[in-house]
Each structure stands twice: as C-alpha cells, then as structure tokens.
Design a binder for this molecule. Sequence first.
Ligand SMILES: C[S@@+](CC[C@H](N)C(=O)[O-])C[C@H]1O[C@@H](n2cnc3c(N)ncnc32)[C@H](O)[C@@H]1O
Length: 436
Amino acid sequence: MATKENLKVVELFAGAGGLSLGFILAHQASIQFRPVLAIDNDHQSVASYKQNIEWLLQNAPDILPSIPRVLKRDVEKLNVAAVLRLLKLKVGELDLLIGGPPCQGFSSANRRSKAKSKEDRNKLINIFLDKINEFQPKMFLIENVQGVQWTEPTQDMCLVSTQECLFPEFENRPNNVQKFLIKKASMLGYHVWYGVLDAVSFGIPQHRMRFFLFGVRSDLISNPSVVNLTPFLELLTSAQQVSVNEAIEDLPPLENGQNWVGEYHPGNNSYVVKMRRHMNNSDLYDHVTTKHADYVIERYKKIPEGQNWKAIKDEMTNYKNVDNTHSNIYRRLRGGEPAITISHYRKSMLIHPVQHRGLSFREACRLQSFPDWFRFHGTANDQQQQLANAVPPLMAEAVAKAIGDLWVKITSECWTEPTEAFTPEANRRDISLASA
Ligand SMILES: C[S@@+](CC[C@H](N)C(=O)[O-])C[C@H]1O[C@@H](n2cnc3c(N)ncnc32)[C@H](O)[C@@H]1O
C-alpha cells in the first residue's frame, strides 16, 4: 500500500481552530494535512485550539498523528526565521501556509466601526502576504469575508510591506482588496486561484459567503493553468441543502436561560451523525441559552419563523433609530431552511424556530458545523466571538480536500523540481488584472 504524503501546515490567525479542523478532517487516501504550528494573539482562542487538538489526539489519533505547537503571538511581530528553525525547515520548505486574518474592516456586520481601527485591522491581511514572502511556502490559502471584493485598499496596505512597497504609486493600485491580494500574491511569485463560496453548498446548514485565495509557488509547476480548485470543489458540492431542523432537531427543548443537563439521545440523520464523528458516548455539552428579560420573550412570541424586529416594530420603543436596526436583530430562524450567517448571535438575538428563546450555544455550533465534542474557552462572550470568527469546519474540509486533490494532480502531471533556493524576484510576474 502506498504511504500517505504528509503536508506540513502552519496557520496564522488560527482562532479556535475551525479552519485547521477542516484540514485535519480532510485526510484522504494519499494525502494528510499535518498542522505543525498555529498562532493567534488571543489567549482564549489559543486555549480552545489546544484543548480540542488534545481531544483529537486522544480520541482520533489516526487523523491527527502528532500535536502541533500552538503559540500566543502577535503575527505582526513574528520572527519567521526563528519559527522555521523551531520547525526544522528552511525557507521554501513549508508545504502550506493558511489563515483568515481579521476581517472587521471588510465586513458588513461592522459597518459602523471607526475608520482608524478598521485600517489597523485591515493591514493584517497585507501582513499575511508579507509572511508568505518570508516563509515562501509551496502553497498558501487566505480566507476572508466577501467584502474584500468591494472594499478599497487603505493607504497602509501599500506601505506595510516588510520587504518593499509593491505599489509605490497610489493611483496605480488596484481598486479593491481582492484585486490587491491577487496582484500582490502574483508579484510574490505565486500562481493563484480565487473564489467566493457559500458554506451551504458543502452541506452546512447556513448561508455564509467566504472569499478564498489560494496560490502555488510558480517555480514548482510547469503549467500555471493547473492552479484551479473549481473542478475539485464542484465534485464536493451537494445539491441538497441541510436545514436548521435537521441540524438541531435532536437537541432537547430548553426554557429561557436554561443550561441543559440530563440524558440525551443523539439523532440519527446524516448531519447529526457527522457532528458526532469520533464520539463514542452520548455526552452533550454547552446546550445553554442566555436568560432574556420577560418583555424580550413576549416580543419573541410575536415573531413568526423567518421574520425579524420588523414584525414588532411598534414595540421596539427602546431602540433609538429603529429603522436603522440590523436585519438580524430579533431574527427567528426558519426551521425548514439553512440558517442565515451566524455572527455573534447573542448580540444579534437569533431566535429558535419554534421555541420562544434565543439559540443555545450548541445549536449555534451545529449551524457552524462544529462537532459536538468541540469546546470553546472563556466567557460566554469569548466563546461566541470565537465561534462567529470561525470558518465552518465542514467548509474548510471541502476546500482542504480540493487542495489535496490538486496537489496530487500537480505532483503527477506538472511538477518541476526546484533546483536552487527559491527567490521571489526570480519568480515575479506581472499578471494582467483584466480577469480579476
Ligand atoms: C477571523 S479570526 C480566525 C478564525 C479561524 N480561521 C477559525 O477558523 O477559527 C481572526 C483571528 O486573528 C486573531 N488576531 C487578530 N490580530 C492578531 C495579531 N496581530 N496576531 C495574531 N493573531 C491575531 C484574532 O484573535 C482572531 O482569533
């Protein structure tokens, strides 16, 4: 039997580990992704990542043969040379660098945040590209919100470059962040593919549009047109959507503010079975819902499935400018359909399809495709933020499988052995942005 190829993965801005988990779950006959290092600057996210990796190591060692280092660090100050020494790798030897830099500045959920702090957070996506330049991995993957398509790059996205400014003239810079990322990655020596995907297409009970940019170092392949994940992703999409009901119907009913304890009987539909992969007991955690004031519950009772605060507009007397209220506020999910995008759902007050209460944390985890054994650290607020930040693991699993399939194609059809140390200067190409 042929041995599996282990691809070493480093993740920056790793959060609680949704993206990493997808790569771990995507083990295939010939390819296994092996996270060797994950970095985040939030200690609760780091604690969540570590705890769940340890759980996997104990309960599913076949899919996680070794434990990655998980470090609390600021990516901006990361010393890549020291990291490579730690991993016993040279520049250019890492297989895959992945990450979802913070995206508040491009996100429609945060339209009102202050311009300056947006710029600060937006520069991190540019820093990710600088880190690509320092690691020079064979492949990279950036995940972000679809707002990169219509957000203009800020001035510091040109200036913040560890090596040099790639776009010296402001006027010549691409007019949105997506084009900026594609152009800069190409100039760093990568053949790229990009796309906006909806989580619902990969069997996740939620509409969640996410931008992915993937690249392969140009010195490793003889045929650039091979860098295309679309045909592999198409094979993984499912025409049948998973509804909110299918995802949560086996979870016991709750009262307002209840933390469920008792005997639980897991459901047997294929989604619930997937959510309980690798578990050999009927434990159920975090099925707990926030206690809301009685008047809030009275409002909930008047909102039909699929509707929001507009159904009770006259009662929203405590909202200053009610017409500007976000459409997710007081939103009751429709049981028979996939959910809307799960953001920090306590802030937006998502309501159970038929029970008069907010969603429980486990229900939100199910809608984000986090398995039932996965736990988050910190306060309720910290946990919900980590959950809202995450790439749904099943979506990440599909993208990872597509990358694995493409890697097999590359190594069998158009691999070119790197003869000398890779230098980005030697591989820079100026690509036309006409198609971007
Ligand atoms: C969108 S979340 C990533 C979620 C992750 N991809 C997942 O699937 O769970 C962005 C993460 O970047 C982290 N972060 C923000 N600024 C950072 C910095 N300067 N250095 C390291 N991590 C940072 C945040 O703590 C947050 O966990």
